[in-house]
Design a protein around this ligand. Structure first.
Ligand code: MTE
Ligand code: MO
Length: 422
């Protein structure tokens, strides 16, 4: 096998298992990646999806490959060329990406992931749509709202298909102001302790918006989900229209009791801050599940399935779970932990920013931040110290809740901003 050797696509296709060697092609080059399988950062399994074929469409989808380093690494495995060079051109899966606001802090371009500059989070109750953090695992799908429909089905229910107009006209419009937070928010702080895999989020992967749409509980009742179905049905699964090259779509689920609770306000939202849902946030309809981690609020909603089991998706089963510090990606037993739903308490100082120098001769230094707790628990108090715990200041919170009234919190799954002066 020499680098000048030529191979047909059939030759490449014959090498599709570690036993027979694993070959792939890229832009007309042929590579034997058998020895690289176990070193693939996404796991051998991911790379095996391309075994015996072109990796071009995968690299187009997961653009973190498109660096000089990765290209050089690949070249180390080159064994020759495809007969006639690259024979196929692959469509750009990112052809439909919307324009984005320049103030967003981009953590990855393809798929697009960006956070809100934190000072906006402590200064305004609602995050404007253009500045709302974006967490996409896949390209933004192209959706025609005229022909869009969501299908709803499940054990003991009738299968229904609802258009946008159906959602707007058949169900009462319900508005909920809620905070969405990505499970990985503030991962950069973890990296200061031990390096972890995933997007390097600072404190801006969180935001609050006023969402409006149909209550999920009303839609499920319309499709015939009744008290009698409970038991048969334990989870409500959602699937999005965004999918990877194998056609696998984004999916997640929430417990049925969460979906049915009138207090928890889960909606199928068609409005965000009074406008239609922007393309990055799930146009035309997304799930908004207040009080639980953002990953369950499925965007570009296509299907709702009432089921005995949780969603089988990668994102419900093999991501968004929490383990002890000695567990790593190579020894994790995914089945041993539940999928994250409600998240723990969170508090981040936004102004001054991490690492910023302030003038100590100023009479007063104003400090601002946000605090949030999953499950709509509300924040009772934020205490701050500027002298390593000698003395504490209790920050002013907004909105201010009646601290004795837990019900009031339940209805307000929003982050609260706080400020105090030093
Ligand atoms: N829904 C679909 N269809 N595809 C996705 O990639 N990302 C999830 C969730 N819903 C995602 C999705 C994650 S992890 C988060 S944190 C939120 O959407 C982010 O919502 P946002 O981009 O509107 O801020
Ligand atoms: Mo997320």
């Amino acid at each position: 096998q020499e680098e000048s050797a030529t191979y047909s696509q059939e030759d490449v296709a014959e090498h599709d298992s570690p036993e027979k060697e694993v070959w792939v092609s890229y832009e007309g080059g042929v590579y034997n990646v058998t020895d690289f399988l176990e070193m693939h950062p996404g796991g051998a399994q991911r790379l095996m999806m391309a075994a015996g074929g072109a990796i071009d469409p995968f690299w187009a989808m997961y653009a973190q490959h498109k660096t000089a380093e990765v290209r050089e690494l690949l070249e180390g495995y080159r064994i020759g060329n495809l007969v006639g060079g690259a024979q196929q051109t692959y469509g750009d899966p990112y052809a439909n990406e919307p324009k984005r606001h320049g103030a967003l802090i981009v953590r990855s371009q393809q798929p697009f992931n960006a956070e809100t500059p934190v000072e906006f989070l402590s200064q305004a109750k609602l995050t404007p749509n253009d500045l709302f953090y974006v967490r996409n695992h896949l390209p933004v799908p192209k959706v025609d709202s005229e022909s869009w429909k969501v299908s709803v089905k499940g054990e003991g229910m009738r299968q229904v298909e609802l258009s946008l107009e159906d959602l707007e006209s058949k169900f009462k419009k319900h508005t909920v102001t809620c905070t969405l937070q990505c499970t990985g928010n503030r991962r950069d702080m973890f990296n200061g302790v031990k390096s972890v895999q995933g997007l390097e989020w600072s404190a801006g992967a969180i935001g609050t918006a006023e969402f409006a749409g149909a209550r999920l509980s009303d839609v499920l009742a319309y499709a015939g989900l009744t008290e009698d179905s409970l038991g048969e049905v334990e989870h409500i699964q959602f699937e999005g229209l965004d999918s990877d090259i194998s056609g696998t779509c984004y999916g997640a689920s929430i417990p049925v009791m969460k979906a049915l609770s009138r207090q928890d306000d889960v909606i199928l939202a068609y409005e965000m801050n009074g406008q239609e849902i922007p393309p990055d946030h799930g146009y035309p309809v997304r799930v908004v599940a207040p009080g639980i981690t953002g990953a369950r609020s499925v965007k570009w909603l296509a299907r709702i399935i009432a089921h005995r089991e949780e969603s089988g998706s990668h994102w419900q089963q093999k991501d968004y779970k929490s383990f002890s510090p000695n567990v790593d990606w190579d020894n994790v037993d995914w089945g041993s932990a539940p999928a994250v739903q409600e998240t723990n308490v969170q508090s981040a100082i936004c102004v001054p920013q991490q690492g910023q120098t302030v003038d100590a001769s100023d009479e007063e230094i104003e400090v601002q931040g946000y605090a949030y707790s999953g499950g709509g628990q509300g924040i009772i108090r934020v205490d701050v110290t500027a002298d390593d715990g000698e003395t504490w200041i209790t920050a002013d919170l907004s909105p201010v809740h009646d601290r004795r009234n837990r019900q009031q919190f339940k209805a307000q799954p929003q982050m609260q901003s706080y400020r105090f002066c030093l």
